[in-house]
Ligand binder design. Sequence first.
Ligand SMILES: [Cu+2]
Length: 192
Amino acid sequence: MDPNQEIYYKTFFDCGEFGFGRSAALLEPSNDCPANAVFLDAYYAGQDGSPVKISNALCIFEQHAVATHHTETALNDEIREVRADVSLVVRMIATVGNYDYILYWQFKPSGSINVGVALNEILSSKAVIYTHVDQLKELVYGSLVAENTVATHHDHFLNYYLDLDVDGEANSFVKTNLVTKRVTNNISPRKS
Ligand SMILES: [Cu+2]
């Protein structure tokens, strides 16, 4: 997002050029994954085609979330459904340059799949003459995070290929986009 000569060319393809499998980090038990995790080694094809091993590249564990709990006031005995909410999580970390991508898949007994990514990083930055935000007289395309240091604005795009034929083709994919709509006819004190 910074059009300046020194920055604009930075259009890295972290997956395509570095490879998340090739960049898989060794996971540390109890720190990267909880104590109940099982760890798996992984292999990728090296430059000469021979397999290269990465120890503890993946971890799999059961994660307990807030239980499914439903009772009702004064009807605690009549209406009671309490179930543990346990999901199976598969996690890996890919280290590319200044980034650690924490990739996870969460599988629930209901059949739902939750996929996500988190990012740890040392900010990508550039040198500037400014030492305080009050001095900024031009767009620096980022935030002054320290004296003479701007962390530049930029995007990370992550694409997933989803094969939805789980146990056959009788599946559906539903996407919901909520849009704020203002109430104008005064039928309710609510504004949206
Ligand atoms: Cu970044």
